[in-house]
Design a protein around this ligand. Structure first.
Ligand code: GLV
Length: 315
């Protein structure tokens, strides 16, 4: 059998790499940061497959530098980093890693909802700087979730898994999406009505031309002044400068962000605000889930190189 060769742009768990090495020749980029575009183009030139991360921009130029490329396996569910139209035109299969991260991201979304409404990061910052004067009845009060409305923007796998956890916290669920769906105990509504009426607005849409800056100044101004915005989807879905402005103007009560417009940079105005919780893109970040994501990506590569259908091609 021909020995296929695969470029892997970042270290993967060793058990996963071993499986790939048993099936193909592996060229592993072992740097600590994302592979530089020049190096990516040079190293992909003779490869049959690419295993990449959401931090790698896989554009037409990268693909065209690799005449034998057959499959691009993104180790992420989002694939906005890949020019899928160009891949399709070239006959290159593109795969992502849905399902295996759904529960992990849904748990994490709830971690953010609870943390921002109960002021966890703000409280920890205060304690660590020695500013805690002791317990007081009216000290650092948060907001209760029971009886409040959770507004989900997007009702894919992750949105549904977030909705499924809502009854545990006594929240009613509303959602907006391109299509009305059947989901128990969740009310479909327009984006504007959802913004107007939700106490927590959580984003679960992919980044596309349609969703870029979906949450802009106008959208933020529609939110309740007591409401919170949660983003575990993709940074550019929110206009970060507009969000910083809206938080400064107290147009909403707070925001919890896992993703940013220009990662790893964060809008400097957000860094100084107390009513924002900022974490470094950790949504799917458990050992179990990240291993499952890498495993699925490798399974996709092995399937395509073996002449079989990929398990999870992008739609
Ligand atoms: C992470 O952000 C992913 O898309 O998997």
């Amino acid at each position: 059998m021909t020995q296929f060769s695969v470029l892997v742009t970042r270290k993967l768990p060793s058990s996963v790499l071993d499986r790939l090495r048993a099936a193909a020749t592996v060229d592993l980029y072992a740097g600590d940061a994302a592979i530089a575009p020049q190096e990516l183009r040079a190293r992909i030139a003779d490869k049959d497959a690419l295993v990449c991360l959401l931090t790698d921009a896989i554009d037409a130029g990268v693909m065209d530098a690799a005449p034998s490329l057959k499959v691009i396996a993104n180790v992420a569910v989002g694939y906005n980093n890949i020019d899928v139209a160009h891949a399709r035109a070239r006959g290159i299969v593109v795969t992502n890693t849905p399902d295996v991260l759904t529960e992990s991201v849904a748990d994490f979304t709830w971690a953010l909802i609870l943390a921002i409404t109960r002021r966890l990061s703000e409280g920890e910052r205060l304690l660590r700087r020695g500013a805690w004067k002791g317990w007081a009845l009216d000290f650092m009060l948060g907001t209760e979730l029971k009886g409040k409305r959770l507004g989900l923007v997007g009702l894919g796998r992750i949105g549904r898994a977030v909705a499924a956890r809502a009854p545990a916290f006594g929240m009613r669920v509303a959602y907006t999406s391109r299509r009305e769906a059947t989901i128990a105990n969740a009310e479909f509504m327009s984006f504007d009505r959802l913004l107007n009426t939700s106490d927590v607005v959580s984003l679960h849409v992919p980044l596309t031309e349609e969703t870029r800056h979906l949450v802009d100044k106008k959208a933020l101004a529609r939110m309740k002044r007591s409401a919170y915005l949660i983003n575990t989807a993709r940074g550019p879905v929110v206009d970060e400068a507009a969000l910083a402005w809206a938080l400064q103007q107290h147009l909403l009560a707070g925001a919890a962000l896992d993703v940013y417009e220009n990662e790893p940079a964060v809008h400097p105005d957000l860094l100084g605000l107390e009513n924002v919780l900022l974490v470094p893109h950790l949504g799917s970040g458990t050992t179990e889930t990240r291993t499952a994501m890498a495993d699925l990506a490798i399974d996709n590569v092995i399937a395509v190189l073996g002449g079989r259908a990929p398990l999870t091609p992008v739609p």
